[in-house]
Design a protein around this ligand. Sequence first.
Ligand SMILES: *[C@@H]1O[C@H](CO)[C@@H](O)[C@H](O)[C@H]1NC(C)=O
Ligand SMILES: *[C@@H]1O[C@H](CO)[C@@H](O)[C@H](O)[C@H]1NC(C)=O
Ligand SMILES: *[C@@H]1O[C@H](CO)[C@@H](O)[C@H](O)[C@H]1NC(C)=O
Length: 600
Amino acid sequence: MLHKNGYWSLLCRGRKKKIVVLTVILVVLLNCFFYVSLELYNTIRRKEKQPWYNSLQFDKNSYVDESGMRVIVGHYVGGTNGGNLSEEVIHKNNYAPVPGAGEGGRPVQLSQRELITARELYSLHSYNILVSDKISINRSLPDMRSDKCKEVQFDLENLPTATVIIVFHNEAWSTLMRTVMSVLIRSPAQLLQQIILVDDASDRKYLFEELDEAVAKLNKVKILRNPERKGLVGARLMGARQATGDVLVFLDAHCEVTIGWLEPLLDRAGSDDVFICPHIDLLSEDTLSYVKSIDAHWGAFSWRLHFRWLVPSGEVLKKKSENPSKPYPTPAMAGGLFAVRKSLFWRLGGYDEGMVIWGAENLELSWRAWQCGARVEITSCSRVGHIFRRHSPYKYPGGVTKVLYANLARAAVVWMDEWADFYFKFNPEVASYRDQQSVANRIELRKNLSCKSFGWYLNNVWPQHFFPTDDRWFGRIKNEKGACIGVTVGTVGLGIPAVGIDCTKQAEFESLVVFTPEGKLMVDEGLCLQQGNGRAIWKSCSDSSKQIWEQKGPRLKTQDGQCLTLVVTKNMHGIGDPLTSKRCLTDDKQIWHFERVPWR
Ligand SMILES: *[C@@H]1O[C@H](CO)[C@@H](O)[C@H](O)[C@H]1NC(C)=O
Ligand SMILES: *[C@@H]1O[C@H](CO)[C@@H](O)[C@H](O)[C@H]1NC(C)=O
Ligand SMILES: *[C@@H]1O[C@H](CO)[C@@H](O)[C@H](O)[C@H]1NC(C)=O
């Protein structure tokens, strides 16, 4: 056998050798290229393959955004509560852990047969209960913290103690117990004063003796039971009144905390002026795998007061990258998970007891905190996984709309000042609840605490907000051809191609635009009109100069002097036709009428 080198030198010498070597390199590169393409193709294919539950109906206001963050709405949408399932199925605890299943936060895959059952049972909890029942309530989870967070040393002796309050209503046994066990396993014993479970009038049988027995075996855990449904606010208050720890830590009943989750919360909550939230990761509702959510997000809300995760301001991101273990401010909290010093919680008026069941209490609490001298923050060092459900599986006494609108109306009336008028003006379905609220004591509380205005909140806590203000232009921008600038709500921030929209329906949000003094054309959901490659697109508002438009007479010009143009192709008004930026011409497709609309 010839040695490799010998073989080569035998075959070719000098220039020939170079050519052969080059050819070999080329072949290798081509192979690599082919392989990478194949991988890419497969990845895309994998992404395209929709999970089975996508065929199910879900809250149209929730979606997964480009970064994998489940963008949720702080709303209940009624579920079928078991559909046609038998009483036996509904009331039975089927927890039967399979060794190894879901360990390390890995996904659990089901057989074809099990998938069919899972689909049938889905409506019970709006997550995959079959998978939950296979995973040990003690399962292991990865350490999701960044290296910077792991470095932080806490002086456990000097941290305040915690009472963890978990409210549940017909939660699955395995999910609830996994929430409890994760707290017990992963909290330093000296910091965990107690866990209070509050049963908000569940009727699933497995949540009675069976739960009592399981809890009796655990230290520090007790159950309070509401004979009548009070809702999240009432039940959490019930737990808070019995808390003996220094800090109240509220958790949803379908969470799993990871190592080191409690210390950063207690460390920050100790300062007595802050509501501190953990970084919320995702527990897949399908496989219960633990999925890291994007690193920087904060909470805010849309014109309809739907809670939204958004990208924080550039300034906050900069500070965060300089000091990743430091908590950062957020305009609003999602509401499910947060910690607050007990004394601060009560000093600021606890929760608004007039809010029934669920919804809007997170916004009310966030506004109250900020406006009344406290703060709301997120610490990336405390990582908690949470199952985000597509819709709520629960029943609502009094009906979804009524409950929700009443809560929203309360929050708006008490805290939003002029923006309450904006909210009610453009949400007429909620407006009818405005005068039905007895909020005298909440308004008195606001006076007692000398709380600041909503205008102060928008300017100082959320300067990037997309609400109208007195120094912003607000109204409809209509093309000479008839169509308006606008976007249909519910779409995602990837960059939606902008088209002319129908603006004959006067009360519709879709055609309302905020035009800021700096030249941003903003619509609801924090989207800004951006000059794309040819097409204009709707994208999350940012510092990009491509989002700056200058009004020159009836024209809207980009930074490089092009004109916003409605490319009329389909019909004479240009509804559904593309918006682009083009060379400025004497063309009526570039002529825009600015119709101011009073915002309050
Ligand atoms: C329940 O059963 C009835 C009658 O068999 C059927 O009409 C209905 O669609 C079923 N509902 C669900 C949620 O499966
Ligand atoms: C979970 O862990 C606790 C504490 O280590 C142990 O006592 C208990 O038996 C475990 N339970 C299960 C179901 O593995
Ligand atoms: C406001 O302050 C007064 C006087 O201290 C007190 O009597 C009243 O209960 C307070 N009201 C609320 C809602 O906190």
